[in-house]
Design a protein around this ligand. Structure first.
Ligand code: FAD
Length: 421
């Protein structure tokens, strides 16, 4: 028996913000062999993919910079999880056995569901998609009309990036500009987009009904000429969990309890965009992925130590947008992710955004060098309390039994009367 097979095998599926954080963090425990499976040999800074499209950043970091030397990297794609047998089948045909599994496959572009979009529009939620769009833009004449569909953060950032380079950009909102933003923050973004020359098309009539080779058609009958159409409408998640017979939410995120443990199998935990703790997932974001990755690792380690794992307590700070390279907006939010009326704008917000992008990579590198150093996921106990209150309200409303945390299970076993009151 070699050293690897003698040790407890922990496998992480997905080398994004959540998976790398989890893998690095688990190396702090002796006796664990940690393997990370990812389709690419490099780490993708997804939060810079609009910059890749704009041609000012590669959005890729060498895994050697962010992944601990103690983690074995397998460049492959997991095709199926066999939970009863605790094995994974990879696209290459190899199989990998595990004792504990971290499911961190992230997200990608949602199915557009609009005629012509799959053929003629360019999504940018994954590295390969952004790389496919870049040369198309380079070849398009400078004055060619570019349409960005979707006015969430990715759409706003992409439209700004391209307009700053002198492109003729139309941003089709399909509703309101920046739905997450407070009206004051939204006004600031609209002001900057106007300065950049972006035409913003808002309102219900601005829903895209079809995309053709050279135009975008709207619900109200308008037809906008478009030489290049960029599609940024929402994220979907890989169907690996559902395909493997594990319980997911409606979108396909692995359904877990508040310790991020699968409701089907306590050897499987989930983190990042592909996790749905108690069916109340956090906003898909890099902001949540790191903390969830750290919590998923802590859950595995607690379980190995025979301790009760902690529960989700992470709270959001807000949403930070780049509006080109020189301007930005930091929309401040309450810990429950409700936007507040104040924001930071202009050049200071652009600097803050760049700082955040660097900090997310640095946090992974720090955790690789010093596993256990990361503390962000422990900072907001009030969010944990809010989630528990919301879960209790939901259970009361629907009468549904919700996934329990281990603490709840213990309380129920030890003090049923107190748990009922
Ligand atoms: C243009 C853009 C800008 C963004 N800006 C921000 C921002 O400013 N702030 C913010 O908070 N969020 C932002 N986001 C969202 C953020 O990037 C994601 O929420 C974040 O990457 C989620 O992290 P993750 O680790 O869950 O997944 P990911 O980063 O998506 O990583 C998942 C990894 O798993 C791999 N994988 C998938 N399936 C398999 C499989 N079957 N086998 C093996 N590996 C698999 C994927 O290839 C990928 O490498 C942005 C996204 C985009 C596209």
């Amino acid at each position: 028996m070699n050293e690897n097979t003698a040790r407890t095998q922990v496998v992480v599926i997905g080398g994004g913000y959540a998976g790398v954080m989890a893998a690095n963090r688990m190396t702090r425990r002796a006796g664990l062999a940690v393997t990370l499976i990812n389709p690419r040999p490099a780490f993708v800074e997804r939060i810079r993919l609009h910059q890749l499209v704009g041609g000012n950043h590669a959005a890729v970091v060498d895994f050697r910079e962010v992944l601990s030397d103690a983690v074995r990297l397998v460049v492959d794609t997991v095709d199926r999880i066999d939970a009863p047998r605790r094995t994974l089948t990879l696209a290459s045909g190899d199989t990998v056995a595990y004792d504990h599994l971290v499911y961190a496959v992230g997200s990608g572009s949602a199915d557009p569901g609009v005629p012509g979009a799959a053929e003629h529009a360019y999504p940018i939620a994954a590295l390969e998609e952004a790389e496919r769009l870049r040369p198309v833009l380079e070849e398009a004449p400078a004055e060619a009309p570019v349409t960005v569909v979707g006015a969430g953060p990715t759409g706003i950032e992409t439209a700004s990036e391209l307009a700053e380079q002198g492109r003729r950009v139309t941003l089709v909102c399909g509703g309101v500009l920046g739905p997450y933003l407070h009206p004051r923050g939204r006004r600031s973004v609209a002001g900057r987009l106007a300065e950049l020359g972006v035409t913003v098309v808002e309102g219900d009539g601005a829903k895209v009904t079809a995309v053709t080779r050279d135009a975008v058609e709207l619900a109200d009958g308008r037809r906008l000429p478009s030489a290049v159409t960029v599609w940024t409408v929402g994220f979907g998640v890989p169907d690996l969990a559902a395909r493997s017979g594990l319980t997911t939410d409606a979108l396909g995120r692995l359904l877990t309890d508040e310790t991020l443990t699968s409701v089907d199998d306590d050897r499987i935990v989930a983190a990042g965009d592909s996790a749905a703790p108690s069916g109340m997932p956090l906003r898909m974001s890099c902001q949540a992925a790191g903390p969830l990755g750290a919590l998923a690792a802590d859950t595995v380690l607690s379980r190995l130590d025979g301790m009760a794992p902690e529960t989700v307590g992470f709270g959001f700070a807000g949403q930070c947008l780049s509006l080109g390279r020189r301007y930005g907006l930091f929309q401040v939010a309450a810990k429950d992710d409700t936007p507040k009326s104040y924001y930071l704008g202009g050049a200071p917000a652009a600097k803050l955004k760049e700082f955040i992008c660097r900090a997310t990579v640095k946090q992974l590198a720090d955790e690789a060098r010093k596993p256990g150093a990361y503390r962000e996921h422990k900072k907001s106990k009030s969010e944990g309390k809010r989630r528990r209150q919301e879960l209790a309200r939901r259970a009361e409303r629907t009468g549904a039994a919700l996934p329990e945390t281990e603490n709840q299970t213990r309380n129920r076993t030890e003090a049923p009367a107190a748990a009922r009151s």
